[in-house]
Design a protein around this ligand. Sequence first.
Ligand code: FAD
Length: 511
Amino acid sequence: MSAAGRLPGSVDVAIVGSGPNGAAYARILSEQAPGSRIAMFEVGPTVTEPPGAHVKNLVDPAAQAAAERRSQGPSADAATLSSPAAVVAGRRQARPGTFLLPDGFAFDGEDGLPAVAMSSNVGGMGAHWTCACPRPGGSERIPYLPGLDELLTDAERVLGVTATALEDAPFAELIRRRLSAAIDDGRSPATRVQPMPLAVHRRADGQLVWSGSDVVMGEVTRSNPHFTLYDEALVTRVVVEQGRAAAVEVRDLRSNEVSTVRASFVVVAADALRTPQLLWASGIRPAALGRYLNDQAQVVYAARISGADTTIEPPAAGAISQHSGVSWIPFTDELPYHGQVMQLDASPVPLADDDPVVPGSIVGLGLFCAKELRWDDRLEFADDRTDSYGMPAIRVHYKLTEHDHRTLDQARDEIVRMAKAIGEPLGDVPITLPLGASLHYQGTTRMGESDDGTSVCGPDSEVWSVSGLFVAGNNVIPTSTAANPTLTSVALAIRGARRIARELRAEGAQP
Ligand code: FAD
């Protein structure tokens, strides 16, 4: 142990962040380099059992709400909005379990990302996510990465992805049939309306279990005697010696003591805002750090399924809607948005008091739009101001281009067409969410094929300028995507983790 209490003095691999991407490193290393000593540091508290489990698996609504508040870092008491469709344009409120940047999210003459958010808890945003895990298609895919499909298959394995968990949802077939009739014409079979692959499985007793970092880590990590998770531990710096990652500095938030933990490899999986923040704080400042920031502008709408007179029980407390399942309209290069269609817990527009709403009959539609990538869309970090954790304050410079506005116009037209196909649209026009509401931020430590100044890391996610330092998360994705990004970022993490495992084995430390 280090001089400062519970933290170790040295490990083979230090992982910063316990979301799905940090968890993927822990899982693959536990499988492929089982003798290596792994420490995972997470600034937030443990809010579920097993650590990193999805809060939706907590059946007691009060316990779920408490876990969400404890994930909200400095904003535990802030009001939140439970449904994206409940957002009123211009109102800045975070989703449960997340917190917003207090300032620096927009500047004059720019759009900014007013709803950009984070989670600080064991499991990260992966304890609060919707679990949609579509594969990237067309230009969303990384063209120079060999074996991408095999990596995506392994990511589906560790995330526990299935497309069948909600197959008995009574309205799902009907919705897909109606959407198909309206939009499938001209689409290739792979890009037609289909069930959304979800990181969710059904227990033997029928209860749905939503995947969090607990599922990603799996029993192999939990039972690994050489793996330890340290919650409430803020990594403040990556120490570099002779061009190689050598240690992390960690503040134990329980005791406020600071330790140096030496490590042969350091993995920073601290989300798309705080991964580049930690590199900056460590003096690791390649030109592309924080650049090519991109978010998926989101349009939402709702419809009431017409002609559905089935009487069904409302979903159990804490359970997401099962009635209409979750349907997927894949991205294509011609239609650069991606659709997620699922039941809403409540109508986003007020309905008459005597409206006999059939449970499960209000369907939410969301289209996520791919952004035109720009060097100038970026995060900046202040040397003279700090955030609530004492790390360099984050500023967001972000602007939609004419191309982005055209895509949004197209998405608004398309979502109305989809809502009409399902039934009766609710509300006069679709809602364009405040930028950042997608919770899918990418590009800020992007991967490149070569070190040409436009990327931070190579195809194995190792930072070009610091050997032994790996970055992980949606921030590594270099392409413009509309699909939910976690499956892709976990696939990239798996590749990085395999590389570290190979090196550890080659060093002879492993059996
Ligand atoms: P995170 O899960 O954000 O974890 C990063 C962790 O790092 C955090 O716990 C943070 O506290 C910790 N950390 C940060 N800085 C430090 C530091 N200096 N020291 C120690 N620890 C630190 N994605 C999808 O693909 N599909 C979906 O359907 C989907 N739905 C979503 C719905 C909601 C409501 C939310 C909130 C998110 C959703 N997402 C979805 C996004 C998804 O959750 C993220 O893509 C995913 O969690 C990213 O994983 P990560 O490990 O990279 O980062």
